[in-house]
Design a protein around this ligand. Structure first.
Ligand code: SF4
Length: 179
């Protein structure tokens, strides 16, 4: 399809070359994902674009149901120390944000990007969305919107595993909801 070719050229321009087109009906939204945010995440309540500041899993499901087309992006990297991952995910998220703008300008008013990690555009995130200095650019991650990333990416034929140490290569996933 010509529309897809146009978008694929934009993906390449933004360094997002490892992707699969998916039907958003393939996106698995699950209550357990939100439960893992609520219990077990040390940043719960401390990040403006994460739960509990995001819509409920039911509302997330409704959001995804309004789309017919999305692209799932894979980004892979191994880091020496856990904290090294943040600079990398910040740069990928910033790229995805620029891609969202380009997809929008290409005639897709519903364009919306989901980050590969919690929004970390700032080096320190604020606890409260009211204090976010950059609300026009803040975006949730897939997990933040209660997406079961394991099931969703496996359905698309992509690999993902629970990692047991940081020397292993991470597979991280972002998405652009297109139309
Ligand atoms: S833009 Fe900054 S303060 Fe706002 S959600 Fe993202 S990291 Fe947090």
């Amino acid at each position: 399809m010509d529309d897809r070719k146009t978008l694929e050229a934009l993906f390449a321009q933004h360094g997002c070359t490892d992707f699969r087109w998916i039907d958003p009906k393939q996106i698995v939204v699950a209550a357990w994902v939100r439960m893992k945010c609520r219990f077990g995440c040390q940043d719960y309540g401390k990040a403006a674009a994460c739960p509990p500041h995001l819509p409920s899993p039911t509302e997330c499901e409704r959001f995804f149901s309004e789309y017919q087309e999305a692209a799932l992006f894979r980004f892979s990297k191994a880091v020496e120390k856990p904290e090294d991952r943040h600079a990398w995910t910040r740069s990928v998220n910033a790229r995805l944000l620029k891609l969202e703008r380009a997809v929008f300008m290409a005639g897709n008013p519903k364009a919306f990007v989901l980050f590969i990690d919690p929004c970390n555009l700032c080096t320190e995130c604020t606890d409260d969305p009211k204090d976010c200095p950059n609300p026009q650019n803040a975006r949730p991650s897939l997990e933040g919107l209660s997406v079961d990333v394991f099931s969703t990416v496996r359905k698309a034929g992509y690999p993902i595993e629970v990692l047991t140490d940081y020397a292993q290569e991470m597979n991280r996933y972002g998405m652009v909801m297109v139309m």
